[in-house]
Write a protein of this length. Structure first.
Length: 696
């Protein structure tokens, strides 16, 4: 995405107390008398009465508490967002720290960037800054008066099977790092969120007591809750000047485009970790075996895929990744070496697994020496502690390791050196949220959980860089906070996903509201191991369930790692039949995510996702792929979807082909499909010219 500079910015004072910035798509009005501002997008809702605030000495002070305000001379800027201006307002009052608001507006851009700073002397500290907050916001679309506003809750991480949730007013919720307020029928929306992720956890609190008005909206730095896995307060940021994250606030005709723009805006601040390779295809051991992983399963899988499935077309760039998950140490050193050699002999790439910021040992193992430290540190030394020196509470049985401790960094050196020497080219890093917990860190200059996580994760990614590893190394995050993102190529978009239709629906809930992360924050959304038959902890799935699980992975972005034990006859049958469908696999090779058609399903997933490609039909239109799902395992469903709603032209005829079963026909204005219980279908639609239509 790029910002086109076609409409110049107008910035001027209106009277003695108002300063207005306009660019044709956005209007910002700063009220210097009241200490608040108003922001609106063309033809859409207005955010009025916005104030900045901070917590200090037990009280909260906002920009309205100040009597003296200085509007600094606007400064022209030109950066990755385009050409624009920076407007700064400084609020001062005797007895209070100085409060500064910074606004960045760009030519032809429907968004403004915001940052709040507090200057309070060398000993000043804060652990909560509101970038903006308001107390009343009404949403009415005169063209769609019955359209009910939705508030999207984005989870902080992807642990404990947390879900995205689009909630209708009235509501009381908190989203993390970003959110969108959108009208589902018109798709108009406001997107807001943090763009810098090296210091603060950002929360957006929204409260509405009625269906017609938001009574409280507060985007603030310093969020902690059960959802961030914290039981300690957010750490204090200290110094003569304390700044909030840079924040994005945009107004869009289609909130989905707004979320994509927000994803792009993050990469202007911190580019995503580049990946020059294609979509990783292959297999991961967890779902097939979990703790019972052994030599025979690992080696028989690489043999089966090489000999019986890869020739059918299941590969990318001529290879597959064959990945160990947890319990790879079940293998003896001799078995481990032999297994990796077998993978290499088959032309595949081996992958490994690690939890760099979580300790799973019992209390009697606290005195165990930390690997890579030559006995200088034991595990008790590197565990994260609170202000009183107590170890911070575990998550899922794992105790958090302090990412800033030299013993933890030496442990990273030890494991990564081993992984490189063993020949691995893929690493799954799990339980990463442990590294982002608040606590007292070894490095006194690092005082917040995100700062510590950013420090440790960047250190780890540097060790895995092609320059240090000597080869490309795919870095994948499993259970992890959404941000920071710039140190991994892929992140699992949800928590664990197995093979039943309920698992598929859960995964697609994350895609419904997280599609925009693919190829912006991360090169790939990862839909987790693709279980086409059964996992270690579930009963066998029906064939429709299994194929729907595969379809969901295909459309997610994607990292296409299978998750079955192919020594089972039915698992092998499904692999050989479904993975021979080259047209479907070509969709996976694109590395592009399908986009939800609708977003107002509460905590449930959308049932139709679409992708437009560069391929053109004879009438000059793009080809569109539509993946549809029936999440009901017991009952068949008949579903009808509007082609216009899917992004196609009204009145145009389209050639329709279903990629799994080959059903074909001509459709116009709507797509109607019959789905068996738990079934999914993928349709390809291309526009027909009039002469082609006559041929039918």
């Amino acid at each position: 995405m790029s910002v086109k500079s076609t409409i110049p910015i107008k910035a001027a004072k209106e009277g003695a107390t108002r300063f207005v910035v306009e660019n044709g798509k956005l209007k910002l009005m700063i009220d210097l008398e009241k200490g608040e501002y108003t922001c609106s997008g063309e033809g859409f809702a207005e955010l009025a009465g916005l104030k900045s605030a901070f917590r200090w000495n037990g009280r909260e002070y906002d920009s309205g508490h100040y009597n003296t305000r200085q509007l600094k001379e606007p400064v022209q800027v030109e950066d990755g967002f385009g050409k624009g201006i920076q407007v700064t307002v400084v609020h001062s009052e005797e007895g209070l720290p100085e409060l500064e608001q910074n606004f960045y507006a760009y030519e032809n851009a429907p968004f403004v960037l915001l940052r709040t700073a507090v200057t309070g002397g060398a000993l000043f500290k804060a652990n909560r800054l509101s970038v903006f907050k308001l107390k009343a916001l009404s949403f009415v679309d005169e063209h769609h008066p019955d359209d009910q506003l939705q508030v999207l809750r984005i989870p902080f991480d992807n642990d404990k099977w947390v879900r995205f949730h689009a909630e209708q007013l009235p509501v009381s919720t908190e989203s993390y790092e970003a959110t969108t307020l959108f009208l589902p029928e018109s798709r108009k929306g406001i997107v807001m969120g943090s763009l810098s992720h090296d210091l603060w956890k950002t929360g957006i609190r929204i409260k509405a007591d009625s269906a017609s008005q938001i009574d409280e909206l507060d985007l603030y730095a310093g969020a902690v809750s059960e959802m961030t896995r914290d039981f300690q307060p957010h750490g204090y940021v200290k110094g003569p000047r304390v700044e909030s994250p840079l924040v994005f606030l945009g107004f869009y005709e289609d909130y989905r485009s707004g979320l994509e723009a927000y994803g792009w805006a993050n990469t202007v601040i911190a580019p995503a970790l580049p990946w020059k390779g294609g979509v990783p295809f292959g297999w991961n051991s967890w779902s097939a075996a979990a703790a019972k992983l052994d030599y025979d399963l690992y080696t028989s899988t690489t043999n089966f895929l090489k000999q019986e499935v890869q020739p059918l077309g299941f590969e990318n760039e001529g290879t597959l990744y064959i990945n160990f998950d947890a319990f790879w140490n079940n293998l003896s050193p001799e078995e481990f070496k032999s297994a990796v050699e077998r993978v290499r002999q088959n032309g595949h790439k081996p992958g490994t697994y690690w939890t760099p910021f979580a300790f799973w040992g019992a209390p009697e193992q606290f005195g165990q020496p930390v690997e890579g430290t030559n006995g200088k540190y034991v595990y008790s030394d590197i565990l994260l502690r609170d202000a009183d020196g107590e170890i911070v509470a575990d998550i899922a049985g794992g105790l958090p390791i302090d990412p800033t401790h030299p013993g933890a960094l030496a442990r990273i050196d030890w494991f990564i050196s081993k992984a490189i020497a063993d020949g691995f080219e893929y690493i799954k890093l799990d339980f990463m949220a442990h590294g982002a917990l608040e606590g007292r860190h070894y490095n006194p200059d690092i005082t917040t959980g995100i700062a510590a996580y950013h420090y440790g994760l960047s250190y780890l990614a540097d060790k895995l860089s092609p320059e240090k590893a000597g080869r490309p190394f795919f870095i994948h995050l499993s259970i992890a906070p959404l941000f920071p993102y710039a140190f991994a190529h892929g992140r699992r978009i949800s928590c664990d996903v197995f093979g039943e239709i309920g698992d598929t629906e859960y995964l697609l809930n994350s895609l419904t509201h997280g599609f925009w992360m693919n190829n912006t924050l991360y090169r790939f959304n990862d839909p987790d191991h693709t279980v086409m038959y059964k996992s270690f902890n579930q009963e066998p799935t029906t064939r429709h369930e299994g194929r729907s699980r595969l379809t969901a992975s295909i459309i997610s972005g994607t990292v296409l790692l299978l998750g079955d034990d192919f020594r089972r006859e039915e698992a092998a049958w499904r692999a050989k039949h479904w993975l021979a469908n080259r047209e479907v696999l070509n969709l996976a090779r694109l590395g592009q995510t399908f986009i939800p058609v609708e977003g107002n399903f509460g905590q449930q997933a959308c049932d139709i996702f679409v992708l437009k490609t560069e391929e053109t039909g004879s009438a000059g239109g793009e080809a569109l792929y539509a993946a549809v799902f029936n999440f009901d395992k017991q009952n068949a469903a008949s579903k009808t979807f509007s082609l216009k709603r899917m992004g196609l032209e009204s009145g145009q005829s389209y050639q329709m082909t279903e990629l799994w079963e080959g059903e074909s026909g001509i459709i116009r204005d709507k797509l109607t499909c019959i789905l068996e219980p738990a079934e999914s279908k993928i349709y390809k639609l291309t526009a027909l010219a009039k002469e082609e239509l006559h041929a039918y």
